[in-house]
Design a protein around this ligand. Structure first.
Ligand SMILES: NC(=O)c1ccc[n+]([C@@H]2O[C@H](COP(=O)([O-])OP(=O)(O)OC[C@H]3O[C@@H](n4cnc5c(N)ncnc54)[C@H](OP(=O)(O)O)[C@@H]3O)[C@@H](O)[C@H]2O)c1
Length: 111
């Protein structure tokens, strides 16, 4: 992200709600933080990305969730909460390992 900023470009979340994987919407850390602010897990996650200057395009087929997902501009996560969420990082992509030769070949259309 630091390098991207240097060139005036921005990072965008691949899936800002992690596609709901790994019981995302019942994650206890996100739930506890959400309770403090009166916000849902989805709202906490999206706010975390916004505060990190990451572009988000959350997807939902439900109108009430779409409304919820845009209602994230009336609160600020504290530095402690930001750090607690960062602590959830497993250092492993939920999707692809972009350094794996097989994945690179697939994305390059070489197989
Ligand atoms: N992930 C990828 O591989 C990929 C690749 C290229 C582009 N994109 C684009 O990135 C955007 C987002 O990615 P994504 O759709 O893969 O994943 P995402 O936005 O991280 O997650 C979408 C999932 O979260 C659920 N959801 C959304 N808001 C919710 C809320 N407030 N409470 C509870 N559940 C909620 C949706 O269910 P409901 O719809 O049932 O509400 C859906 O199952 C999309 O526009 C997509 O086209 C994704």
């Amino acid at each position: 992200q630091g390098y991207m900023k240097e060139f005036g470009t921005h990072m965008m979340a691949w899936a800002p709600l992690a596609e709901g994987r790994n019981n995302f919407f019942t994650n206890p850390v996100l739930e506890a933080i959400g309770k403090k602010y009166g916000k849902s897990v989805a709202q906490v996650a999206l706010r975390w990305l916004i505060q990190r200057d990451v572009i988000i395009i959350p997807k939902s087929v439900h109108v009430e969730r779409m409304q919820q997902n845009i209602d994230i501009f009336d609160f600020d996560l504290s530095q402690d909460d930001m750090a607690a969420i960062a602590g959830l990082d497993t250092k492993q992509s939920l999707f692809f390992d972009h350094h794996a030769p097989e994945v690179v070949k697939m994305f390059m259309g070489w197989k």
